[in-house]
Structure formats: structure tokens, C-alpha cells
Ligand binder design. Structure first.
Ligand SMILES: Nc1nc2c(ncn2[C@@H]2O[C@H](COP(=O)(O)OP(=O)(O)OP(=O)(O)O)[C@@H](O)[C@H]2O)c(=O)[nH]1
Ligand SMILES: [Mg+2]
Length: 412
């Protein structure tokens, strides 16, 4: 008959370290996979329309890149036909978001079905059809084929700055107001698209030369609202910072995955062989990705300066937070120990609710310290981004009296 045996202290310690490293490894894998799914979601946006309508200019404006021959990442634009093959442009700060510059439509032999097959219809999440000047039959036939294939399309009527200028020249002080000119263009496009019978057509009036005016922000807002899950997340983070409302939503989106990053960071310190400060590189790379999402990294600031004609020094002057200005290993360690001091009570509270958290990270950087560091960095970076946005758009042509205020500029 088997007799009850005692288990030695050494055995208990051995078992506990095996179990602990198992749990830690599994939790780390699970949390990292949750984070990875979010970050690696792809979004493929097809940009099509007549040659010369401004497809490539739209792509540059969306990516916050000036139409600059010197910038190798800019889509080539010009008065002669420039885009004859399909080119994918990565977003500069969100490389899983790609804008596809498709060849022009509307040649006399244009066959929408064939065109969509050739460009690989199924690989895109949605279509943006860019038109300028007249609404034409090729827009209807293309939009109709896209809708029939079960894909969404958004109709962009570009170059409205030209229409307003031409109309002003025609009318002098008489005739249609700018508001009426814009309404007429919108109604004309909507009436054309209504013939497809695919519900209420969505028409956006833009000038790619003035993304802060007209319907650019509304287009972004609509696309974001109609996307789902992780695609919505990557799209939001790729948006140019044109309104305070966008910054607010970016802040919320980033804050939503802070607990996962904080947990992954402090668990990596608790992994076998992990040192207390091995969470620092992960926190740093997360803070760098926050900077990019808010357009505060050096390259984004340079691009914004280039787009707006401001100096990058002037824009950088508006970045005041430690996470925005001075991100180094030492500062992250400093910030961590600062928040750690104030977080001991909260940590104890949290660990009493989730005991395993206390067990597996004892000795590592506190979860609450990492969590608080990231949360307050997001808030600080959003404030920096808001100041940069105001400075960048300061003096931009958005206040002309006779242009209807789109209402979402500086929304709150
Ligand atoms: N006024 C005005 N001009 C614009 C606007 N957007 C683009 N353009 C100009 O229109 C011309 C054609 O723009 P692109 O972006 O090259 O047009 P595209 O549709 O890519 O043309 P292809 O590549 O030839 O199919 C360029 O000279 C642009 O500078 C706009 O919003 N307003
Ligand atoms: Mg082009």
C-alpha cells in the first residue's frame, strides 16, 4: 500500500518555477497575439477615376506627403497622363494601410468589368472613385460594377477650388454663392449615381490642395465609421490630424490596448532570464509607435512642415511632453520609477483581484507603473499633437467668409 510522502521544499520551488514560467510564457504569447492582430490588420484602398482627376494627388494628401518631386515616396502627379500601371503606396506611419493608385478610366474603349478584373477587384477593401469637372457615364458604369461585386465605393468630386474660382470669375458680385455652387455639384453627382440604385450615394467634395477644407474630414470620418474591428483601428491611426475629433479618437483607440502592452511589458521582465528592466525596450517601442500615430516623430513633423510651408522647428516647438521630446532609455526608466512610487497601493489592489498577476510579476516592473506610464504618455502626446495641428493649420485658407464652414474643423 502506498504511503503518504512528504514533498521537499526544493521540489516545491522547482515545481513552482516550472509552472510559473509555463504560465508566463502562455500569457505572454496570448497577449502578444492580441496586440499583433491589431497592429498587423491590413487595409487596401483602391483609388480610381479618370486620368487627371487627381488620384495621385489625393493619395499624397491622404498620406500627408507633399506633391514633391524630391520625395521618393510621393505618388507622381502632373498635367500629362502619369499613372498607367497599378502602384501601391504604403502609408508612412501605418505601413499595413496601402493606397493603390490605379490606372485612369474613361478612355473611349473603357470596359469597367474588364478593368476591375485587371486591377484585381477582390483584393481591395473599398474603392474611392475620384472625379473632377463633369460627372460622366464612365463614373456610373464603374460605380455600378463595383457595387454589383459587393464592394463599397465612395465618390470623390475633386478640384472644387477650381469650380469656385471659375464661378467667382463668371459671376463677379452677382449670381450663385459658393455654397450654391458646391450644392449644385453635389446634387449633380448624387443624381448621376442614384441611377445605379445602390442606396444613397456618398459624395464628397474635395480640394486635394486644401485638405483642411471641404469634405476631407467628413470622408475620413465616414470611412472610419463604416470599417470594422482591426481595420477600423489601423485606418484611424493612419488618418492625418486635421481635426481635434480625430485626435480624440486616436487617443481612445490607443488607450484601448494599453493594458495588453503593459502586461506584455511586465511579463517579459518576469520571463525566465528576464531582467527587471527588460520591459523598457518594449515600452520604448510602444511610445515610439504612439508618436508616429500622433504624427510627432521627426519624419512626420518634417512631412507636415513640407506640406504646410511651416518650419519643422516651429512645429517641433509645440511638442512639450517628455514622451514627445526626449524619448530615451534613461527617461523611460525615470518615468517608470516616478509613476511606480505613486502606484504601489493600486498595484496591491489589482493583484488582490487577479492573484496570478501578483505571483508572476513579483520582482518585475509593476503592471500599474507601465500602465500609468503609457496612459499618461498618450494624453500628453495628444495634447502635443493638438498644439502642432493648430500651429500647422494656422494661416491655412480655412476662414474665407463666403465658404460654408464644414463644421467639423476644430470640432470641439
Ligand atoms: N486645382 C486643383 N488641381 C488639382 C487638384 N488635385 C490635383 N490637381 C492637379 O491635377 C493634375 C492631375 O493630378 P494627378 O494627381 O496627377 O491626376 P491622376 O488622376 O493621378 O492622373 P493620371 O495619373 O494621369 O491618371 C495635376 O496637375 C494636379 O496638380 C485639386 O484639388 N485642385
Ligand atoms: Mg496618377
Amino acid at each position: 500500500m502506498a504511503r503518504l510522502q512528504t514533498i521537499s521544499e526544493g521540489e516545491i520551488q522547482q515545481m513552482s518555477s516550472v509552472l510559473q514560467s509555463r504560465v508566463v510564457t502562455e500569457v505572454v504569447a496570448q497577449v502578444q497575439s492580441m496586440l499583433g492582430q491589431r497592429q498587423s490588420a491590413t487595409l487596401d484602398i483602391a483609388v480610381t477615376g479618370e486620368s487627371g482627376s487627381g488620384k495621385s494627388t489625393f493619395i499624397n494628401a491622404f498620406r500627408g506627403i507633399a506633391d514633391d518631386d524630391d520625395d521618393p515616396r510621393a505618388a507622381k502627379t502632373g498635367v500629362t497622363e502619369t499613372t498607367q500601371e497599378i502602384i501601391a503606396y504604403d502609408h508612412p506611419t501605418a505601413p499595413t494601410v496601402r493606397l493603390w493608385d490605379l490606372p485612369g478610366i474613361g478612355t473611349p474603349t473603357f470596359q469597367p468589368q474588364r478593368y476591375l478584373e485587371d486591377v484585381g477587384l477582390t483584393k481591395y477593401d473599398f474603392f474611392i472613385i475620384v472625379a473632377s469637372e463633369r460627372f460622366r457615364e464612365c463614373h456610373v458604369t464603374l460605380a455600378s460594377c463595383v457595387a454589383q461585386a459587393g464592394k463599397k465605393f465612395y465618390f470623390v468630386r475633386n478640384k472644387v477650388d477650381n469650380d469656385l474660382e471659375a464661378s467667382a470669375r463668371r459671376r463677379g458680385h452677382m449670381g450663385l454663392s459658393e455654397e450654391a455652387v458646391l450644392r449644385e455639384i453635389r446634387d449633380n453627382c448624387k443624381a448621376g449615381l442614384q441611377r445605379i440604385g445602390a442606396g444613397q450615394p456618398q459624395v464628397f467634395l474635395l480640394s486635394c490642395f486644401q485638405p483642411q477644407r471641404f469634405d476631407f474630414a467628413l470622408l475620413h470620418e465616414t470611412l472610419e465609421r463604416e470599417l470594422e474591428g482591426h481595420k477600423r483601428h489601423v485606418f484611424l491611426l493612419a488618418l492625418p490630424n486635421l481635426t481635434a475629433a480625430v485626435l480624440e479618437r486616436k487617443q481612445q483607440a490607443l488607450a484601448g490596448s494599453v493594458w495588453q502592452t503593459a502586461m506584455a511589458a511586465c511579463l517579459s521582465a518576469a520571463m525566465p532570464g528576464g531582467a527587471v528592466h527588460s520591459s523598457v525596450p518594449m515600452l520604448m517601442s510602444t511610445l515610439q509607435s504612439f508618436q508616429r500615430s500622433f504624427g510627432l516623430d521627426t519624419n512626420s513633423l518634417l512631412r507636415l512642415a513640407n506640406m504646410t510651408g511651416k518650419s519643422s522647428q516651429e512645429l517641433y516647438g509645440e511638442v512639450r511632453s517628455t514622451s514627445g521630446r526626449d524619448l530615451s532609455r534613461q527617461t523611460v526608466e525615470g518615468m517608470l520609477s516616478q509613476v511606480a512610487l505613486g502606484q504601489q497601493v493600486l498595484s496591491a489592489l489589482l493583484e488582490s483581484r487577479i492573484p496570478v498577476l501578483g505571483n508572476i510579476i513579483s520582482g518585475g516592473v509593476s503592471f500599474m507603473a507601465s500602465y500609468s506610464l503609457l496612459k499618461s504618455a498618450i494624453k500628453d502626446l495628444r495634447e502635443d499633437a493638438e498644439r502642432v495641428m493648430h500651429r500647422a493649420l494656422d494661416g491655412a485658407d480655412n476662414t474665407r467668409e463666403d465658404v460654408p464652414d464644414p463644421g467639423y474643423f476644430y470640432a470641439d
